[in-house]
Write a protein that binds this ligand. Structure first.
Ligand code: AGP
Length: 612
């Protein structure tokens, strides 16, 4: 949550920072601000609301300078207002701090500083850090030294950027626990950012900060060390994402573009990892010891939100393809419930961003117990990738829309590959079976393209449904996580109340919700649950629910029972969620657009949830 961008070089910093912040707006959009140093003077502009408000403020009172930092905020301490917007200054107005995370002991430090004569203008924890750095700077020494001294005193999570008029040639960045900080390497110019898309149009070479590290960045150098003054050497990483991938490319919203990118994201996730001739799945970065893999007794998927739904599907992949008992747990529950996990357990953490605080917390809790950890993530070098024993990158490309779409389908493919790989390693599945399942997978991008043709008809359906107050989504077996995902998509972007339920649970409570005003989206593809889903459809119809059935093309039985039928192409059972989720993504999207909601940046949400 919150986005940070910094620049130092010979170009005008403001445009570069504002452009970068706009690309990071998905991380928070309560307020924004920028600070630059010009001829030894620090200038700050801030505005509550979206980036547009900051741009207006900058037009009205322009600033210039070749070094600066900016921030887009998701409020944790203090309401979204100009005073609480970052950057925050010290008393003297000579240095500024931008911050992502939460400082737990800020009140205690604030008391001390108040007693020392400091006065505060905001309700934020971040302003306290600016004053604390100022306090140390007054004692003399370099800016980075004062930052280190201050950081040794704070408890909590942070990713920060600092500039000071007393050291106008340098940006100082540091991180501990919250989100990522990347340093972008240019020619006689450097960047800092919370996420790669912010700087991708300037450079693809980045150095990624680890926890407890600080970077001192000038136009020509990057100096890394730990907060405790140990020097750090790190090679840059080359990012292969195309800058165009982080643009809307003619689509009205990032979410719509990302829905349409799914065939490619799916292909990129399996490309180079399957050998159809030999029936092998090749996952070189899943660096788990073969003896550990053979000895596994259990697999636990930990994740949040949409990634948790992918984890629930992962559980089924592992059970069916590798014959291993598996579970899927919410990361926020797993990390605090002291789980009884045996030593032969593989923990698989699934996260698009690789920086979700609860998922990282779950991984840390698992690591303390000594379990091997596999990360399934989309972001190369993310905190999660670095915490894990092995990594399976999704290769979905940057996902900007707050509502996850292509990352979800890429996660499903990654868990399918994992299931096949574990199955082969443990000899639970034959090479012939893997060959067949690879053929099934290779078919999916084409079937996905066909499914995308539903866009127009679902837009028409959305016209009829956009006034509904509640929705019910039902699915069984492999379609149950898709029912949850469909409901999550609808509520997060259209603000309509929606419940996802396992079909069998309907009669245990949610059936009471159904009347003629409640659309019931029933996932009724022809798999082992089909007859029982038909039963659920009948029960919902008998209570006057409006049935929208997602089923396989040409299903006459369903056509006679549902008010609206959405047909997806048939495919292998385990892969069917890759197709059935697409109409549900479109449905949420078109309903939200009709209701005038901000699809890419829904209220109260942020793309990466880097606080608990
Ligand atoms: C998805 O639409 C959500 N916005 C959200 O549930 C998301 O999936 C969750 O926060 C986990 O994010 P991650 O995959 O980056 O860990």
């Amino acid at each position: 949550m919150c986005g940070i961008v910094g620049y130092v070089g010979s170009r005008s910093a403001v445009g570069i920072i504002v452009d970068g912040l706009k690309r990071l707006e998905y991380r928070g959009y309560d307020s924004a601000g920028v600070a630059v140093i010009d001829q030894g003077q620090l200038h700050v502009r801030r505005a509550p609301g979206r980036m547009k408000a900051l741009e207006i403020a900058l037009r009205e009172r322009p600033v210039t300078g070749t070094i600066g930092i900016g921030h887009t905020r998701w409020a944790t301490h203090g309401r979204p207002s100009e005073e609480n917007a970052h950057p925050h200054t010290d008393c003297g107005g000579n240095l500024v701090v931008v911050h992502n995370g939460i400082l737990e002991n800020y009140l205690e430090i604030k008391e001390r500083l108040l007693a020392d004569g400091h006065t505060f203008r905001s309700e934020t924890d971040t302003e306290v850090l600016a004053h604390l750095i100022e306090h140390h700077l007054k004692a003399g020494g370099l800016l980075e030294r004062a930052v280190k001294q201050a950081l040794r005193e704070v408890k909590g999570a942070y990713a920060i950027g600092v500039i000071s008029a007393s050291a106008p040639d340098r940006l100082v960045a540091a991180k501990q626990g919250a989100g990522s900080v990347v340093v972008g390497l240019g020619r006689n110019e450097m960047f800092i950012a919370s996420d790669i898309p912010a700087i991708l149009s300037h450079t693809r070479d980045v150095v990624i900060l680890e926890d407890d590290e600080i970077a001192v960045v000038t136009a020509g150098s990057v100096d890394l060390s730990t907060i405790d003054d140990q020097p750090v050497q790190r090679e840059p990483v080359r990012i292969l994402w195309d800058p165009i991938m982080a643009e809307k490319g003619g689509y009205r919203h990032f979410m719509l573009k990302e829905i349409y990118e799914q065939p490619r994201a799916i292909t990129d996730t399996f490309r180079g990892r399957i050998a159809p001739e030999t029936g092998n799945v090749i996952l070189p970065d899943v660096t788990l010891d073969p003896s550990v893999v053979r000895g596994l007794q259990r697999v636990i998927f930990v994740a949040c939100g949409t990634a948790h739904h992918a984890g629930m599907l992962g559980r089924m992949m592992v059970e069916r393809l590798a014959g291993l008992p598996a579970e899927a747990d919410l990361a926020s529950e797993f990390r605090y419930r002291d789980p009884l996990v045996g030593p032969e357990t593989l923990v698989v953490a699934v996260s698009q961003s690789g920086e979700t605080a609860d998922t990282l917390g779950a991984v840390k809790a698992a690591r303390l117990r000594g379990y091997p950890i596999l990360a399934i993530t989309n972001v190369v070098g993310s905190a999660l990738a670095r915490e894990a024993t092995g990594v399976l990158y999704m290769h979905a490309g940057p996902e900007i829309g707050v509502a996850s779409t292509k990352a979800f389908t890429a996660m499903i493919v990654a868990t399918y590959l994992l299931g096949l790989w574990l199955g082969r390693q443990r000899e639970a599945i034959t090479a012939e079976d893997v060959r067949k399942r690879i053929r099934d997978l290779v078919e999916i991008p084409r079937l996905c393209e066909q499914t995308l043709e539903l866009d127009g008809s679902i837009a028409a359906l959305a016209r009829q449904l956009s006034g509904a107050r509640d929705f019910l989504y039902l699915g069984r077996g492999i379609q149950y996580p898709i029912a949850l995902e469909g409901a999550l998509k609808l509520k997060e972007i259209s603000y309509i109340h929606a419940e996802g339920y396992a079909g069998g649970e309907m009669k245990h409570g949610p059936i009471a919700l159904i009347d003629e005003g409640v659309p019931v989206v029933a996932l009724a593809t022809r798999d082992g649950s089909y007859d029982r889903m038909l039963g659920n459809i009948e029960e919902a119809r008998a209570r006057d629910g409006m049935i929208i059935a997602v089923t396989h093309a040409g299903d006459r039985t369903i056509a006679g029972k549902a008010h609206h039928v959405i047909e997806v192409p048939p495919c292998a059972d385990l892969l069917a969620p890759l197709l059935t989720v697409i109409p549900l993504q479109f449905l949420a999207y078109h309903i939200a657009v009709r209701r005038g909601c901000d699809v890419d940046q829904p209220r109260n949400l942020a793309k990466s949830v880097t606080v608990e």
